[in-house]
Design a protein around this ligand. Sequence first.
Ligand SMILES: [Zn+2]
Length: 264
Amino acid sequence: MLSIGIGDGPETMHQALDLARQYRDRPETPRIWASAGIHPQEAAQADPDRAASSSESGDEFRKDSLATLDALLGEPEVIACGEIGLDYYHDDNPPREVQQRVFAAQMDIAAAHKLPILIHCRPGTAIRSADGLEANAWTDTLDQIEAQWSRTGLGGVLHCFTGKPEHARRALDLGFMISFAGNVTYPSASGLREIARVLPLDRMLVETDAPFLAPVPERGKRNEPAMITRTAAQLSALHGISPEELAERTTANFLRFFHVAEDQ
Ligand SMILES: [Zn+2]
């Protein structure tokens, strides 16, 4: 499994790596790998432009956040950069321009380490940009990936996918995997289930997004890795296969996509 290293912000994004090392040699525990990344909601803490042009006391910290990420991505247990991306959902999120700069800076660092990226994308509610077009986090994210990332050939994962069919199609064209969380089990998620039903099984991953989005019938509880079986059962039913086969397929996808071996 992959433990996501965003911490509570850049200063704690090493915690997933700590977990991976803590459980490294315990035969009763599945192998844990780690990621590291600066979540878009924390992007202001790592804005390269602000670090370069201002003399605020936080400057060193901003430069440090990207330098820390660079160091973490060099560790052997760290196999991906993320969650990174764009989040337009909350009004108090960093400005879109800041998020886009920090997303770009992190893609550069990930490319230097030849690691795939894990994308967090959450659209807002009808924010209007200067040219009068509605801002859409999915379009902006996929545009930025296409312009800056697709040439690396390293691919990535759309984590906790909530987009529309055209976003899934575009992501597949860009060589991305699509990962589903517990919300695919929610009664209102019929559109998401239809995307999952037609998604080629070799491009699918399954995740918790813990502590959020506990699947039905655990909905509302603190989500934990053990509850992944509920999400996997939903996905297997959509594809008309057994949960065991779904588990085998998604595990094989994970090992192939991240270039790792179970006993590594
Ligand atoms: Zn996320």
